[in-house]
Design a protein around this ligand. Structure first.
Ligand SMILES: [Zn+2]
Length: 219
């Protein structure tokens, strides 16, 4: 369950801990705050979370489940800023990202199969370089951009990336990366991101150990 850090042993009973967890889940999903009732809509969402479908995209390509206030509006506004070279399958090359960012930093573009603002990916490229030096044998994987579920509009606007550090050799991402995460967070800040270290700190939108990084224009 996203964001729920408590461990519940399965005992077949609907106890106070189950009710607490269900209240939390329904609050996150915006399906109501009364945790006493497992209604069919919530049950369907729980199934989607379990199968992984919850985090996928809708058939028209737009992110699903942008339920935090303002996220969907923010995404629509970002879309209106254009998708240069969107026809390319996985998006722009690093060189193209830098070029678009120089002239249109607020444009929503595709890179590595994800979409975000050009400025966001430009800072990601800087961070990637720093990670190559700081964590030999590892690379940064993007796990989410415009589909993310944090409060506020950063994901919807294409300003936020969810990142994990993985081993290049086998793509292994053990949860123990919490030990490396303060250094990763520091590099992200040096690359111009505001961060939420969800390797170490949970949040109501917690989806697993990762670094949430937001790129905002300089004041
Ligand atoms: Zn995030």
């Amino acid at each position: 369950m996203p964001g729920w850090r408590g461990i519940l042993a399965e005992d077949g009973c609907y106890g106070p801990q189950t009710a607490k967890a269900l209240t939390f889940f329904k609050k996150v999903l915006g399906t109501g705050v009364d945790g006493r009732c497992l209604d069919s809509a919530t049950e369907k969402l729980l199934d989607e979370v379990h199968s992984g479908e919850f985090w996928s995209r809708s058939p028209d390509g737009s992110p699903r489940h942008l339920r935090q206030a303002g996220q969907e509006d923010a995404y629509q506004r970002a879309l209106a800023s254009g998708h240069p070279l969107r026809e390319e399958r996985d998006g722009l090359s690093p060189e193209q990202v830098r070029r678009v960012a120089a002239s249109h930093p607020d444009r929503l573009v595709r890179y590595r199969g994800f979409e975000a603002r050009a400025l966001t990916f430009k800072r990601f490229l800087a961070l990637e370089k720093a990670v190559a030096q700081g964590f030999p044998g590892h690379r940064l994987a993007i796990t989410c951009t415009t589909g993310g579920k944090h409060a506020g509009t950063a994901h919807g606007e294409g300003r936020a990336l969810d990142l994990v550090l993985e081993r290049i050799r086998d793509g292994y991402r053990p949860d123990t990366h919490e030990f490396d995460s303060p250094r990763l967070e520091e590099l992200a800040r040096q690359s111009g991101f505001e961060t939420l270290n969800e390797y170490l700190h949970g949040s109501p939108w917690w989806t697993g150990p990762h670094l949430h990084a937001e790129a905002w224009p300089e004041p």
